[in-house]
Design a binder for this molecule. Structure first.
Ligand SMILES: Nc1ncnc2c1ncn2[C@@H]1O[C@H](COP(=O)(O)OP(=O)(O)OP(=O)(O)O)[C@@H](O)[C@H]1O
Length: 293
């Protein structure tokens, strides 16, 4: 587990990370999200012992400091640009960092890099470099992987591939801390969300909880909407009629089926009205603008 407790990071006396605390549990894929300049990269660099900080960071109980990187031996990372030697081939770069050659073979295959892995990496496109950087981060069976904008420059196929690999590693117990601005993509892979703004945490939650909170309304479709409205009304259940469906408050949905069945009405659909992850995040940020702490 990575435990970040009350960390404060300052640049020239300006606090950019302000008492941030969160955890990354085993097998969790935590999305670290927030607007530009929120402090995501700074937090990642701090966890990697690259920046001075106040507070405490522990990886499996062992402290990370600027002078002690012992805790980081099982941590793989891709921060900002991949650390690649341009005059070496992709394979030579991977070999340089790996402890077990089999890892290189596996990652080259699973990230579909075979066609160019023996070319000099200075010739690589942005996406090829990015894949190589991700492969380096995943070498040596890491317990934790920190990825800053891993989908940068990746095409759709590579994005799907990277998503599948993250899931495979997470299923095997590897934990991830991933930042990305592509929330629709991040949503497909993360288990938890840490949302930051101006160096402060606004939300730390499982993603299901964050989105579920917004499932306040259900969509109800029956074979007789007008009669359904009247029946619900008679039972004190408010519904909003949108012509093709009714909107019902989540707190009353369990009562609906017995009422309509008793009157011979057929239930065709009863499903939560979801708003997507992107909308939830925008709403949280907007709400904070209106009601600052
Ligand atoms: N080396 C530095 N010196 C001074 N200020 C810095 C330095 N690095 C980052 N900052 C400042 O710290 C704040 C957080 O920056 P950071 O790069 O962590 O944000 P971010 O959330 O990763 O943003 P983005 O989404 O744009 O990558 C910003 O205000 C930035 O200007």
């Amino acid at each position: 587990m990575i435990t970040v407790k009350n960390i404060v990071v300052s640049f020239s006396k300006r606090q950019v990370i302000k008492k941030v605390s969160f955890q990354v549990k085993e097998g969790a894929v935590v999305g670290l999200i927030g607007p530009n300049g929120a402090g995501k990269t700074t937090i990642m660099k701090t966890i990697l012992g690259l920046l001075k900080f106040e507070g405490a960071i522990q990886i499996n109980g062992s402290a990370v400091t600027v002078n002690n990187h012992q805790a980081l031996t099982k941590v793989g990372a891709l921060i900002e640009r991949p650390a690649i030697y341009p005059f070496l081939t992709g394979r030579q770069n991977l070999t340089l960092y790996c402890k077990n050659q089999q890892d290189v073979l596996d990652l080259v295959t699973s990230l579909e890099m075979t066609a160019y892995v023996d070319d000099k990496s200075k010739q690589y496109s942005l996406g090829m470099k990015q894949k190589l950087g991700i492969a380096i981060a995943l070498l040596n069976q890491p317990e934790f992987v920190i990825l800053d904008e891993p989908m940068n420059g990746l095409d759709i196929e590579a994005t799907i591939l990277v998503r599948q690999i993250i899931k495979k590693y997470a299923d095997g117990g590897t934990s991830f801390l991933i930042s990305s601005h592509i929330l629709s993509e991040l949503e497909k892979v993360i288990t938890d969300v840490v949302l930051i703004n101006n160096g402060e945490i606004l939300v730390e939650k499982p993603i299901t909880e964050l989105i579920q909170n917004e499932h306040q309304q259900y969509k109800l479709v029956t074979n007789n909407l007008a009669k359904t409205v009247a029946l619900l009304d008679a039972n004190g259940i408010k519904s909003e009629n949108n012509e093709t469906y009714l909107m019902i408050d989540a707190s009353r949905i369990l009562e609906i089926q017995p009422i309509i069945y008793a009157h011979g009405i057929q239930l065709l659909e009863l499903s939560p009205i979801t708003i997507d992850f992107e909308e939830v995040v925008v709403n949280v940020l907007k709400e904070r603008e209106v009601n600052p702490k």
